[in-house]
Design a protein around this ligand. Structure first.
Ligand code: TMP
Length: 212
């Protein structure tokens, strides 16, 4: 099997950070080569753009914000993701282009066709092999974000914004069920962990850890 490109996505407060550790552990247990990275970020250019994008003082128009996301992504693909996949290392990215369709598209109203054009230009044929989409009701997301003392530029958005972001994620997943594992993240940590592990086992056609 070729190296796999896996992305983890979902609205703010969906539990990505906690569950990245689950994915990390899954790869470690099986001794599979893997590189963990994130967007926006993953390279010096990307991390610099991340600072600008998440800074509440930044005033950027819709298209500027979208282009910055793709500028960070372009550098990320060229210098990190593509080389890793080419040398046989699986890549797990904490967010990828689904986030642009959800946040800039669903949340801010950038036409999906414009995002798709940038996707084709920047990514060529590169698409995630598997996207783990963590889903929580808005109320849960808002409660979790509310616990952050200092909210970033996106976390400061109102509930209606995140309602649109969540709907965009779920619509994309519904349109391409083969690529997405939609995981109800509003359950116990153990239940979510089991679902993530099951999705990875299925994708890699591996047996559950209990049977190893
Ligand atoms: P996170 O690392 O905590 O997920 O923060 C990244 C923020 O950036 C999050 O609020 C989602 C947002 N984002 C976009 O709006 N568009 C994108 O394409 C990406 C990758 C992230």
């Amino acid at each position: 099997m070729q190296a796999q490109f896996i992305t983890l996505d979902g609205i703010d407060g969906a539990g990505k950070s906690t569950n990245l550790a689950v994915i990390q552990n899954w790869f470690e247990t099986r001794n599979l080569p893997v590189l963990f990275t994130r967007e926006p970020g993953g390279t010096p250019v990307g991390e610099a753009l991340r600072k600008i994008l998440l800074n509440p003082a930044t005033q950027a128009g819709l298209r500027t914000e979208t282009l910055m996301m793709f500028a960070a992504r372009c550098q990320h693909i060229e210098s990190v993701i593509a080389p890793a996949l080419a040398r046989g290392t699986n890549v797990v990215s904490d967010r990828f282009t689904d986030a642009t369709f959800a946040y800039q598209g669903g949340g801010r109203g950038v036409p999906p066709a414009d995002i798709a054009a940038l996707e084709n230009w920047v990514q060529g044929s590169l698409r995630p092999d598997l996207t783990i989409l963590l889903d929580v009701p808005l109320k849960v997301s808002m409660q979790r974000i509310g616990r952050n003392r200092k909210k970033d530029r996106f976390e400061q958005e109102e509930a209606a914004f995140f309602t649109r972001v969540r709907a965009a994620y779920l619509n994309r997943a519904a349109a391409d069920p083969g690529r997405y594992a939609v995981i109800d993240s509003n359950r116990t940590h153990e239940a979510v962990q089991q679902s993530i592990e099951a999705a990875l086992n299925k994708h890699f056609r591996l047996r559950p850890k209990s049977l190893l």
